[in-house]
Write a protein that binds this ligand. Structure first.
Ligand code: NI
Length: 386
């Protein structure tokens, strides 16, 4: 019997867990119910449980045979502030909240691996099961690290995965080196002088300043960044004004910057500030720029990426593994765990459907045994005394 077949024997139980988590989505750092479900399941399989890391994070420890190797496996648990539009029987019961990124699936996959590892314990050392809160831009990984995750539970290596609704089902993709972008979030607050809409000469029009600055910032990527290095600067919010006949005194721009390179990241931040200062001077407005570091570049370590690819090939066949996948402009806070401990992060293809973060997104339950087998096999392969 293959490991996937073995885990498939209790797939019904795992799918029931997934549907329950899906029906009860919780936003970042609010995963009280979710973490309780995780802790209760782990304990029921005889796994040592630690709670409260990064507020709602959970760590489970499975001891194998005596051995020094400790392999970390990580899943994220949080949902998104999205109103679900599917008609699934287990659709979200929490208005305005939805597991639209499949973290309910990732949590279930790690639970599936946990049960298998607890039943078989066919490895030398320990598996450290990391159930992380608040992946969606709220800093859950950093919160767990700040609470001493790898000091209390040292790991030699750490692995994670994310579903990919680009398909095909069961395909495992990864790359060595930079795989997902760093992300900054920014807020730009413009203050001019409000006036009557009919008397523009009495104003410093914050709306015009915002429009000029928004256009000017587009040149940071097109004119300042090396064209051979990828960067994105997206203004995703513009707020100004509330009436037809009032020139607004204030405007607010917000958005995100994505890069794969620390030098370029610094350059883009610097140019945003310089362009804003120049536009402020030109119009006589004041402009405050706040840029926050949200995600680090996710870099897969060569040895662990190669190990993950080898396990994937053994599991799903070489034809369904792409070990040289294109990097993604999306971000992922597992990046910070990879800065602390060597490891790798992979994308697991599922039945193609609506994109991640779409209100119609559906996680594909058929990939649960595949993902669980992949994580469990990583422990069996990497925690092995010669
Ligand atoms: Ni996600």
């Amino acid at each position: 019997m293959t490991i996937i077949e073995r885990i498939s024997e209790y797939a019904d139980e795992l799918v029931a867990i997934r549907h329950d988590l899906h029906a009860h989505p919780e936003l970042g750092f609010e995963e009280e119910r979710t973490s309780a479900v995780v802790a209760e399941r782990l304990a029921s399989w005889g796994i040592e449980v630690h709670r409260g890391l990064g507020k709602t994070g959970v760590v489970g420890i499975v001891q194998g045979r005596p051995g020094a190797r400790r392999i970390g496996l990580r899943a994220d648990m949080d949902a998104l502030p999205i109103e679900e539009t599917t008609n699934l029987p287990y659709r979200s019961k929490h208005p305005g909240k939805m597991h639209a990124c499949g973290h309910d699936g990732h949590t279930t996959i790690l639970l599936g691996a946990a049960r298998y590892l607890a039943e078989t314990r066919d490895f030398d050392g320990a598996a450290v099961l990391i159930f992380q809160p608040a992946e969606e831009g709220l800093g859950g990984a950093r919160a767990m690290l700040a609470d001493g995750l790898f000091k209390r539970f040292p790991c030699d290596e750490v692995y994670g995965l994310h579903n990919s609704p680009d398909g095909p089902r069961g395909r495992i993709s990864l790359r060595t080196g930079p795989a997902m972008a760093a992300a900054d979030f920014f807020d730009i607050r413009i203050c001019g002088r409000g006036a009557h809409g009919a008397y523009p000469h009495q104003s410093i029009d914050a709306a015009v300043v915002a429009m000029t600055l928004g256009q000017a910032l587009q040149t940071v990527v097109s004119r300042n960044a090396d064209p051979l290095k990828a960067a994105v600067l997206s203004i995703t919010q513009i707020h100004a004004g509330a009436a037809y006949n009032v020139i607004p005194e204030r405007a607010h721009l917000a958005g995100t910057v994505r890069t794969f390179d620390d030098e370029l990241r610094t350059l883009v931040s610097r140019r945003i500030r310089e362009v804003a200062a120049g536009v402020a001077a030109a119009f006589g407005a004041t402009i405050e720029v706040e840029i926050r570091d949200i995600f680090s570049v996710l870099r897969n370590h060569p040895e662990q990426a190669a190990a993950a690819a080898a396990v994937a090939r053994e599991l799903v066949g070489a034809d369904k593994v792409d070990a040289a996948a294109e990097p993604a402009m999306g971000s992922e806070d597992f990046a910070d765990m990879l800065l602390a401990v060597p490891g790798a992060y992979v994308w697991l293809g599922q039945e193609p459907g609506p994109a991640l973060h779409n209100p119609g997104y559906v996680f594909d339950d058929a990939i649960i045994p595949i993902g669980a087998a992949f994580l469990a096999r990583l422990v069996e392969t990497r925690a092995r005394s010669e």
